[in-house]
Design a protein around this ligand. Structure first.
Ligand code: SF4
Length: 323
């Protein structure tokens, strides 16, 4: 008897009841997605698959330290998103509709294919609005031999009542914590309640997977890594994010502090520049002062042209030798 499969089936049963008047995320659109209607995320009953690839650019414990010569993270990028970040580097798939609508079987096949190609894990990117297709695909894939750790790589704008259902299913939580300030989250992501909802969701994730467990090959097997992208001119809010994590969760939680901001999409005038080294340095120093033990940092500055923005219009959205 597969205990994980039983949990997935129970989660599906509970969450499926919410699809006809969708309240699966804090937007509470109440759209009848079973009838093909869509809410803010723009997605009906089936998932949109933008890309399924071996990803070499996640944190080393997720992608592997070997880079493009290693196996990589089995990453599935979904179309649509419940946040509306003006600066989104994945805007072609989050705001736009790049990707194809797939059946649950096709999604299961994509997971199994990544495993067959040697992926280290199954890494679901922005999965919150497609939690049901993802779970239905897992129900099909597990009896066919899918065994890889499951990574929930989300924007953090989620309901704790949904995350509770993922206990014992998700092995590694990899959520963003983008803002504390409701002014910033309203202006940049159309979500004034972002922190209120994300902080509650992250607390539930932390309850389930508090400790990052690394195997003998240096790969994460379970736990939690919180990502924070430092935005130009927003270092005070970044410091508030770190203070909250240290105080309300623990400095022992995994923290990935990102400097890779690059102006994209509809970035407003004040965000139309790269992050300065001193801005990132200030936030990184504070993270060290606060005692974050499991800290993933990026270079102080990304040279122009060396940013990590993918192009989902290409067969291989990233510039490394992706699988
Ligand atoms: S998942 Fe989509 S339809 Fe459902 S509440 Fe969120 S944004 Fe609205």
């Amino acid at each position: 008897m597969d205990a994980v499969l039983s949990r997935i089936e129970r989660a599906l049963e509970a969450l499926s009841r919410r699809e006809a008047a969708c309240d699966l995320c804090p937007r509470d659109c109440r759209a009848d997605r079973t009838a093909g209607r869509t809410g803010i995320c723009g997605i009906g009953p089936r998932a949109g698959l933008a890309s399924a690839l071996l990803h070499y650019g996640e944190e080393p414990v997720i992608s592997g330290a070997a880079g493009p010569s290693g196996p990589g993270s089995g990453t599935i990028f979904f179309t649509g998103c419940n946040l509306k970040c003006l600066f989104c580097q994945n805007h072609q798939i989050s705001w736009g509709r790049v990707g194809r609508t797939v059946s649950d079987v096709e999604l299961a096949e994509a997971m199994l294919d990544l495993q067959a190609r040697g992926a280290l894990n199954i890494n679901l990117v922005s999965p919150s609005h497609v939690v049901l297709p993802a779970l239905r695909a897992l129900v099909m894939a597990r009896p066919r031999g899918l065994l890889l750790p499951l990574v929930w790589n989300s924007n953090g704008y989620e309901k704790d009542s949904v995350i509770e259902r993922l206990a014992g299913i998700v092995d590694i939580y990899l959520p963003d914590l983008k803002y504390v300030s409701s002014e910033l989250s309203a202006r940049y992501s159309e979500a004034p309640d972002y922190f209120e909802r994300a902080s509650t969701a992250l607390q539930e994730m932390y309850l389930q997977q508090p400790d990052l467990v690394i195997d003998q090959n240096g790969m994460a097997r379970r736990g939690m890594i919180i990502r924070h992208l430092v935005l130009p001119g927003c270092t005070e809010d970044s410091l508030a994010v770190l203070e909250w994590i240290a105080r309300s969760l623990s400095p022992s939680v995994g923290l990935s502090l990102m400097s890779q901001y690059h102006p994209c999409h509809q970035a407003p005038p004040e965000l139309r520049r790269g992050l300065r080294a001193e801005e990132y340095g200030r936030v990184l120093s504070r993270a060290r002062e606060l005692g974050f033990e499991c800290l993933f940092a990026q270079p102080d500055v990304f040279p122009e042209g060396d940013h990590l923005v993918p192009d989902f219009g290409r067969e291989r959205p990233f510039r490394w030798k992706a699988g």
